[in-house]
Design a protein around this ligand. Structure first.
Ligand code: ZN
Ligand code: ZN
Length: 383
């Protein structure tokens, strides 16, 4: 039989006072005070190393342990582990050294139970009271909070990434825009005609040097020279530049201030000889020469016909006139007028004034036929 120890009041040896009281052991006997439980691993025994020391010789040095833990689902579990020689009782039954029982709110724990060597008065028993359920209150909340925090951080990280991405995209776009602008301005230089220094209209490229000009501008140039205005290389062929014309059209739609007036466009188009996709310059010039020659021939024929008619008229007039040319009258002076009008048409700029009666005699002294022949033949000889 073990001796009774008079000092049975439990001594709280819990070191960390800041720990929250999460459970209580309400004493069932007056001589033992209630015990507050703060630790998750709560030791009870006779020895001084326990969190609660009860100095009764019948208790083991380490009598029992109350463990608070969480199961897989985060639910709080409290277990009572029997570490005693004489036994710890849970709801009236012995647990046995090394065994554990799950403790629920309101369960009975007896360290000394009435029996062999233990009177009813000697019993040391408690009612276990849970003050805080970590699984239902704080624990899941903190879990939720942690989850929320995690979610929030993820969201923030995501937003950061998105912001960075949009920044990068904006930078990329700005760079692309700059690149396009540069390309357009470079292109714009290439769109300029080296003859009129304006954006090309009906652009053609010269072969083989590949320089480009307005079709109208180069046609005009070709009347004087047969080489490239830029590099002076002999031009063999002229090609319509459909691609550059298409680009120029789009470019002018974006920059309408660079468009030419309708009048200018009409003028350029009237000059443009390059209506076909490819034009051989030698053939073109040959064709032009032929056309010129034919025109000239037709002109000369017309002139000859006019001359013949005039000469015929004059000879008829002379036959009717006084053969000595001494008769002077107003009628004969008026007959000379049609001849002088014809002369005006042939390039005599200042009109010859109608002869007065005083001037008629000296004119009459030179035969009219000779005078007319000299003046009519002179322009034809120059050609
Ligand atoms: Zn031009
Ligand atoms: Zn060239």
């Amino acid at each position: 039989m073990a001796d009774k120890n008079n000092n049975q009041s439990p001594q709280n040896c819990q070191s960390n006072e800041e720990d929250e009281v999460w459970a209580k052991m309400n004493s069932l006997t007056k001589k033992i005070k209630n015990v507050e439980i703060r630790h998750t691993h709560f030791t009870i025994g006779r020895a001084s190393g326990n969190l609660i020391q009860i100095k009764d010789i019948r208790l083991s040095g380490r009598h029992c342990i109350i463990n608070r833990m969480l199961d897989e689902n985060g639910k709080m579990i409290v277990c009572l582990e029997d570490a005693s020689t004489n036994g710890t009782y849970h709801n009236g039954s012995l647990i046995g050294k090394g065994s554990t029982r799950e403790l629920k709110n309101g369960d009975e724990i007896f360290l000394l139970k009435e029996g062999e060597g233990v009177s009813t008065e000697d019993e040391i028993g408690f009612i276990f009271v849970v003050l805080k359920d970590f699984s239902k209150a704080e624990q899941p909340n903190s879990q939720d909070k942690a989850n929320d925090q995690e979610k929030l951080e993820k969201e923030i990280e995501k937003s950061r990434l998105e912001i960075n991405q949009s920044k990068e995209e904006l930078e990329k776009k700005a760079q692309e825009e700059q690149k396009i602008r540069k390309q357009i301005s470079q292109m714009a230089d290439q769109f300029d005609c080296g003859i009129c220094y304006m954006t090309m209209h009906q652009a053609v490229s010269l072969m083989p040097c590949l320089h480009t000009f307005c079709g109208g501008c180069f046609s005009d140039w070709l009347n004087r020279q047969k080489d490239c205005p830029s590099c002076r290389e002999n031009v063999v062929e002229v090609k319509k530049h459909s691609l550059i014309n298409c680009l120029i059209e789009n470019y002018l739609n974006i920059n309408p201030q660079l468009k030419r007036s309708e009048e200018e466009i009409k003028h350029l188009e009237s000059l443009n000889m390059f209506k076909n996709d490819i034009v051989n310059i030698d053939k073109l010039l040959e064709e032009q020469q032929k056309q010129k020659n034919a025109k000239l021939q037709a002109q000369q024929q017309q002139e000859q016909q006019n001359k013949d008619i005039k000469m015929k008229d004059e000879s008829e007039n002379n036959d009717q006139e006084d053969p000595d040319g001494l008769i002077s009258s107003e009628d004969s002076a008026e007959e000379e007028l049609p001849q002088k009008r014809v002369m005006n048409k042939r390039g005599v700029k200042t009109p010859i004034p109608k002869p007065t009666k005083k001037q008629q005699k000296p004119i009459r002294k030179i035969p009219v036929t000779i005078q007319n022949k000299k003046k009519a033949v002179a322009p034809a000889k120059k050609r």
